[in-house]
Design a binder for this molecule. Structure first.
Ligand code: MN
Length: 720
């Protein structure tokens, strides 16, 4: 049993001495008025308010809430009065206790009526103060923990009510542990046989599960160390009701539920990006199961829950579920509204929490006018799951969709083909447009037509991930088909204009060079990129016209770069991560001062690109990370510049001496002359963009210089 010293010990870190004294006073008051009362368990009644207060302390709630927990049954069950409580503990506490008393005071003939009225009261009380609901939840939590002392009929009734109303409420407020514990406790009473069998089966596999959990955890930890990702790894068995639901929903046996354990990486940071970095680490380690990745960071759940969820093929070929989140996200996932919830004077809530409470309150308040208790209860349930819409198939089966779903979502939930060929729908026997928003209770019938196909517009109407991915997939395949045809046509023309034959280059295998240079995986990719307009036909043809010059530019920059690679550290820092493997992208060759971004390559560290580099723009955005230059004075970076000037004696020497005069090394110099024009190539070692710009403007001062450019491979002539 929890003691008052425990409560005081656990609150002294965040409450004032005056508040602690008030809590102690409430304890003595509660002990005095409940004196002589016993619970069905035979324990003194005081244990109940104490345990309730203990739960509120775990949620780190304020003093008034904890005091209300200690006093929540005093006005209803003892001789204590509200006036006394106000006198002893102040208006705030009296207000909360009053709300709690009202919730449970009125009793009605039928259970349904009683329940409905209770919740009506609860809503009224809640509109005034969310803390009343939190005390009520804690109250129910302890009653559920001690439910075995009730009569069987009563315990089933209370368990059902808990499953119907309180567990969803805890979920709605984002207090995950409370939701799970309430569900497991209710499950035990509502379906005792199923509960017992399942818990026996889970217990039987305890030992091997423990061994397996430790193994997976240590593999993940080792990988995190390797990439210097800081954080904790947890592996916990799912709660029984969760497993039970899964078995029922997917119609599978216990032995077929592979993912009994949910693994969790809690990163030691508050940066969202780190989660994506950890995700790419996990996906590099184990193959992801397609379609199982969920990004609740970009798209938080209705209760503000944030995390990345993925499933991978684990060390034994089994399916492993992994959640990745930052510490603040974890706090929210576990404690929900209570996590960041700080009660301010004048009853003000903060930011998202305020919004969250407001939304819930509004949803519940609109139900207040409904007089019929049955209707009220079913409406209340809908209010607790506002994100779901329940509709019927023509056979009378129920399907649930997120709010905002349309007949297209419905069609894709039946079959991809039904979705792709959908031309319309009947809702309750009336034809509706495809963008019609499904409403609760709608009976939906899909109309299809052979040969019909999706259009891009459809993406505006669907909300389910399944429909979105199926439509995208169709569009991608179609676009690729047509872009292949177009790309081929454009390339053929451009090659012909330059007296080359694309067909021959393909046959001889020479085309492979273009694939490497333009970073395309296959010929089809290359052609469709041209068709999409992402590559110009000119770019491809150029590779076969200016073979020599291209080769030269590549080698001189790279040769120079190899030198620096060996001698100096990279001068790149990645926010929150040290010691990552870093290399510079060959395509854009950035130097300090350039805006840069990193790309996480699987198992090969981070490649740093210029932010404007067309390659990084095309890459998987999830794996792009922020990187910063952390330049040390001694680091230099090779840059290729091209100076075009009048062809006269000694140009190379003059330009070289300008460069050398500011103490910059030239690692390569070369001059080509043609038609009275000299083209000089230099690879110089600069510290940063400032130094580069300085040297460029000095060279520009030379009278014979016509133009000067910084050369990067992706853009043959970039103006500076
Ligand atoms: Mn109570």
């Amino acid at each position: 049993m929890i003691r008052i010293t425990d409560i005081l010990d656990n609150t002294q870190s965040y409450l004032s001495a005056d508040e602690l004294e008030m809590i102690q006073k409430a304890y003595i008051y509660s002990a005095t008025v409940h004196q002589g009362q016993v619970r069905l368990s035979g324990e003194p009644y005081l244990t109940h308010p104490m345990e309730v207060a203990g739960i509120l302390v775990d949620l780190k709630l304020d003093a008034a809430t904890i005091i209300s927990g200690l006093l929540h049954d005093t006005v209803e069950d003892t001789l204590a009065t509200l006036e006394q409580i106000e006198k002893e503990f102040g208006k705030d506490v009296a207000f909360l206790v009053d709300g709690l008393t009202k919730i449970s005071k009125i009793s009605f003939a039928s259970q349904e009526e009683r329940q409905a009225e209770n919740f009506r009261k609860m809503i009224l009380a809640m509109s005034a103060d969310i803390r009343i609901l939190l005390v009520r939840l804690a109250d129910r939590m302890h009653n559920m923990r001690t439910l075995r002392f009730q009569t069987p009929e009563k315990s089933v009734y209370i368990a059902k009510e808990t499953m119907d109303i309180y567990a969803p409420l805890a979920n709605r407020l984002g207090i995950n542990w409370m939701k799970m514990e309430l569900e497991d406790l209710s499950f035990q009473y509502i379906a005792p046989d199923d509960y017992n069998e399942l818990s026996k089966r889970v217990a039987k596999t305890n030992e091997s599960r423990h061994r397996y959990t430790e193994e997976v955890k240590s593999i993940i930890r080792a990988e995190m160390n390797k990439f210097a990702i800081k954080g904790e790894v947890e592996g916990r068995a799912k709660h029984l009701y969760g497993i039970y639901n899964k078995m029922r929903e997917q119609k599978i046996d216990f032995d077929e539920v592979y993912d009994l354990i949910a693994f969790r990486i809690i990163l030691d940071t508050d940066k969202d990006k780190s989660c994506y970095e950890a995700l790419s680490m996990v996906h590099a380690l184990w193959k992801p199961v397609p379609g199982r990745f969920k990004d609740y960071i970009a798209m938080p759940k209705a209760n503000n829950y944030q995390s990345l969820h993925t499933a991978v093929i684990g060390p034994y070929g089994e399916r492993v579920e992994i959640q990745i989140r930052t510490k603040p996200m974890h706090e929210w996932a576990e404690k929900g509204i209570a996590a960041h919830w700080r009660y301010k004077e004048g009853r003000a809530y903060k930011g998202t929490e305020e919004n969250q409470i407001k939304k819930l309150r509004e949803a519940l308040e609109t139900q207040y006018e409904i007089k019929d208790p049955k209707e009220f209860m079913s409406n209340l349930k809908l209010a607790l799951f506002p994100e779901d819409v329940y509709v019927f198939t023509p056979n009378g089966d129920v399907k649930s969709f997120p709010k905002g779903a349309t007949p297209l979502d419905f069609a894709y939930s039946i079959h991809t083909d039904v979705g792709n060929k959908c031309i319309g729908a009947k809702v309750n026997r009336n034809i509706v447009p495809l963008k019609y928003e499904l409403k609760n209770g709608d009976r939906v019938e899909i109309i299809t037509q052979a040969g019909h196909h999706p259009s891009k517009d459809w993406l505006k109407y669907v909300v389910t991930t399944r429909a979105i991915s199926k439509i995208r997939n169709w569009i991608n395949v179609e676009e690729k088909k047509s872009s292949l045809a177009l790309g081929r046509e454009l390339l053929d023309k451009e090659f012909k204009r330059n007296n080359l034959k694309l067909g021959n280059l393909i046959k001889s295998g020479e085309i492979k060079k273009a694939l490497d240079d333009l970073k395309q995986a296959s010929l089809d990719d290359l052609i469709s990129q041209v068709g999409f307009g992402r590559l110009s036909p000119r770019q491809v043809v150029n590779l076969f016209l200016a073979v020599d010059e291209e080769k030269k530019e590549e080698t001189i920059t790279e040769k120079a770069k190899k030198k620096t690679d060996q001698t100096s550290p990279m001068g790149i820092s990645l926010t929150g991560i040290d010691d990552v493997m870093v290399k510079f992208a060959k395509c854009c060759n950035p130097i300090p001062g350039d805006q840069i971004a990193g790309y996480i390559s699987r198992g090969r560290g981070i490649t740093v690109h210029d932010i404007h580099c067309p390659h990084i723009k095309k890459m998987d955005g999830e794996r792009v990370v922020d990187v910063q230059w952390s330049v040390q004075e001694k680091n230099t970076y090779p840059v290729h510049i091209k100076v075009i000037c009048d062809d006269r004696k000694g140009v190379l020497t003059e330009v070289s001496s300008v460069i050398s005069s500011v103490d910059i090394n030239i690692s390569h110099a070369q001059v080509d002359t043609k038609d009275m024009i000299a083209t000089c190539h230099f690879v110089i070692e600069v510290r940063d963009i400032k130094q580069l710009n300085k040297i460029i403007s000095s060279i520009k001062q030379l009278k014979f210089v016509k133009s000067i450019e910084r050369v990067s491979k992706y853009q043959a002539s970039q103006e500076i």
